[in-house]
Design a protein around this ligand. Structure first.
Ligand code: GLY
Length: 385
């Protein structure tokens, strides 16, 4: 019954959008169940796939994307009420647990919070165990914090280029720290998250409120040395997903702090994003707003879904309908056969046309697991409005 209500509600929501869209429930049904068909394997988290060849890119738990697939199973349980998703999520979750000791990267939030964090509210019988994993992970993550820089170090690779790189994506990992403070009543995690958000606010943004991808700091002085890109078109371009991380990250940071400066940055970057002269009419951005090959550049659905989800939350704080309208437009655009993978294609993904790493020619215009994750989150957030 919960299923029927869900699809009926989604249908109403989509019909209320301006553009004409096909019936979406049938489109999604086979895609959703494809996640159940994917075999449980502790070493093979699905990350992306080629629709043309059917080859699935599988990764171990240490990959930054491992938590999204489990998060998708949790969110599908939440959306549909079908217990099969919950059972699968409970099977997959423990494969990520060992990452709580992995201090080699900042991606703890993506891995642990998108999996264990999504399960918290859905399985009361496992709440205490999941909270323990979240707190242990937070303890590992804060070992990467420098009081001098007042930020968490993002990456350890590329040491010949960077000394203390901090990337905009790192904002998303702060949610794990805010939650760890809520769970333990110990403010130390939250304090670090706030310092990191303030440092990023100071150094990552340009005058037009777009952001750099990477800021490299001098760990001795704590001052920024260079500002550049790693996944964007060039150092001065606007990598679309980077803008999404900023919008989502500062909206989330405002949720926990009520700091107006965080809200203002979220709004300013959201305005830059949705009003960008290179934003296509359907709301799905090109992978970088400044790729000179626009309009022939690939799109990035993951940037659209992450922004849409963030903007539904931002709408809640600002009541600015522009944000909600953008999110609805994205969901409406994606509810078509141009974006939903055909039912005949096997593979545990829902949406096509995300772009992972353009400079490395990797995962271009493909289904990618985090595009689906923020899509499902946006559906849940719309449903909750
Ligand atoms: N966090 C890496 C990426 O957005 O591709």
């Amino acid at each position: 019954m919960k299923n029927l209500y869900y699809y009926f509600g989604l249908g109403l929501l989509l019909c209320s959008c301006k553009s004409q869209i096909p019936q979406s429930a049938n489109l999604y049904e086979s895609r959703y169940s494809s996640l159940l068909e994917y075999p449980v394997d502790s070493l093979a988290f699905p990350r992306s796939m080629s629709v043309k060849t059917g080859i699935i890119h599988k990764v171990p738990s240490k990959d930054w994307t491992s938590g999204f697939f489990v998060g998708n199973l949790w969110q599908l349980y939440d959306l549909t009420g079908n217990k099969a998703y919950k059972e699968k999520a409970i099977q997959w979750n423990p494969f990520i647990e060992k990452e709580k000791h992995n201090g080699n990267t900042h991606d703890m939030g993506f891995k642990v919070y998108c999996s264990y964090g999504k399960g918290l509210a859905l399985v009361p019988e496992k709440k205490a165990a999941y909270e323990k994993v979240i707190v242990e992970s937070a303890n590992t993550l804060i070992t990467r914090f420098s009081p001098k820089v007042q930020a968490i170090r993002s990456w350890d690779f590329n040491k010949e280029v960077w000394t203390y790189p901090v990337i905009i994506d790192n904002m998303l990992n702060l949610e794990l720290l805010f939650e760890a403070s809520k769970i333990t009543n110990d403010p130390k995690y939250r304090d670090i998250a706030i310092q990191h958000a303030n440092t990023t606010l100071k150094n990552h943004f340009r005058a037009d409120n777009s952001c750099y991808h990477v800021v490299d700091y001098d760990p001795q002085t704590g001052q920024p040395k260079t500002k550049m890109t790693h996944q964007g078109y060039n150092d001065d371009s606007s990598w679309a997903r980077g803008q999404s991380w900023a919008i989502y990250g500062y909206t989330m940071a405002y949720r926990y702090t009520k700091d107006k400066a965080f809200l203002q940055q979220a709004e300013a970057t959201a305005n830059y994003f949705i009003n960008n002269q290179n934003m296509p009419a359907d709301g799905i951005p090109y992978w970088d707003f400044k790729d000179p090959s626009i309009p022939n550049a690939p799109r990035d659905v993951s940037a659209a879904t992450c922004t849409a989800s963030g903007l539904i939350e931002l709408y809640g704080y600002t009541k600015n309908k522009t944000y909600l309208d953008y999110a609805k437009k994205v969901i409406s655009t994606l509810s078509s056969t141009n974006y939903v993978i055909p039912a005949t294609v096997k593979g545990p993904f829902i949406l096509e046309h995300s772009t992972g790493n353009w400079p490395k020619n990797d995962e271009i215009d493909e289904p990618i697991v985090y595009g689906d994750y923020y899509f499902l989150e946006a559906l849940l957030r719309l449903k909750a409005l």
